[in-house]
Structures are given as structure tokens and as C-alpha cells.
Write a protein that binds this ligand. Sequence first.
Ligand code: 5GP
Length: 252
Amino acid sequence: MSFPFQLGALLHEGKAKRVHATDRTDVLAVEFKDDATAFNAAKKASLAGKGVTNCRISALLFDHLARRGVPSHHLGLLQPGWVAVRPVTIVPLEVVIRNRAAGSLCRQLPVAAGSLLEPPLLDLYYKDDALGDPLLTEARLERLALVTPAERRTIEDLARRINAELQALFAGVDLDLVDFKIEFGRDSSGAILLADEISPDTCRLWNRSSSDENERILDKDRFRQDLGGVVEAYGEVLKRVEGVCPEPGFYR
Ligand code: 5GP
């Protein structure tokens, strides 16, 4: 592997990515893994090609959002499956935006699956695998003091802007952005940046031209529900997004 820097120690290994130090203090190298997990890692598999596909989708989406003024940790692609990012301290919040009802919302509330949520619903979860990423209430969020009121406003405003931009992008390639999870971090100056990844592992995406409720699924629900064709579905998302986005930027 050849990088424009010296690769350093493995700093963190998550369920879908490994984060490595580099000899540049302001750059980390992130490797997307083929590992797939669901139900808080109770279900696991290795899906050949998933890492490279998700990495490229995520790079295209972060570049797209950067062109629209969304600040993020993303610096550019390094090689297939690897991106360069700015170091951030992750805010332990999972920010979920829902445009249509699906998944946990339908299990927890009497809302019909697939129904439109207008305005989109924004849910905040406490990012902690050991606790099962619990849904936060206003009082619990205040009690944990994970973010200042100003940071909370920044995060929610960015999340809604990101949703509007991604919804439009995906609609242009006949995909419905049902819901997604994003994470934010603070850089060394304390600025809030979009972080982590955006891919079919973290979004629900339905093929608009398919009415079959299993066939239309082009995201991690294929893995969760044992529908098969997971990497093929992710590849279809990549092909469509590549068709409307410029080549992803490389970090040199
Ligand atoms: P739900 O609340 O239905 O489980 O998830 C809502 C959306 O956020 C889905 O698109 C789901 O993929 C994403 N999401 C929520 N939590 C996580 C998580 O811990 N990891 C990943 N990869 N996606 C998540």
C-alpha cells in the first residue's frame, strides 16, 4: 500500500472501520472493513467488497456535502477502501433523521411502515454499544450534558441540511432516503464537523421504481432481514450515485 504519509498505529477498531494514526498530526487514515454487524453485533458476517463500496459511496457523499457547505472530517480518498480524515473527538450522539417510518420507529410507536414523516423526525440516541444506544429524552440529554445548547443547535441544523441535500441527491437517482444515522465530532478548535460515514450501512434507501417491499431495499436491511444480495444492492447505490457526482477527490 502506498500512502502520501507514513501509516502509524491502529488507534481504534470499530464494527465497520479501523482508524490508523499517520505521521501527520492532522490526518488519520480510515479503513472500511467488509465486516457486517446488526442488532448490536449479535449478527455478524463478512461481505466481500462491502468495505470498498461503502468507502467510495461515503467519499462521494461527503464531497457532495462539502460542495454544499457542510463541514466534515473528510479529506479525501486514499485508495480503494481507505480515506483520509481530520482527527475529531466523536460526540457520543447518534443523530437519526427519518423521512419515512421504518425500523425501530415502527416497533416502538403505532406508525405505519413507509408512511411519510413531514417534517422529518430527528431522534437523538446515546452512542454506547454496552447500553444498546438508548433513545434520549430532553431531560436525559440535559442530564448527560454531552453538548452545549449552541452545539446542539449546530448539530441539529446541520443534520436537517444534510437530510435535505441527500434526499435531493438520492431522489435524482430514483432512490428514497427513508432514514439515516450520522455522527459528529469536535476538531482541535472545538468546531463541530460531520464525521463517521454515510453509506447503505447507515441509511435506509429504497428503490423508487420497485413496489415489492423486499426487492426495493438497497441497504443494510437486506443483511438484517436475510434478504441476500447485500453487496450487489450497495453496488447499485454506488453506480447510481457515481452517475450524478463528480469523481471523488483524492487526498495527496
Ligand atoms: P433504527 O432506529 O430503525 O434502528 O435506525 C434508523 C436509521 O439509522 C437506519 O438507517 C439505521 O441504519 C441507522 N442506524 C441507527 N443506529 C445505527 C447504528 O448503530 N449503526 C448503523 N450503521 N446505523 C444505524
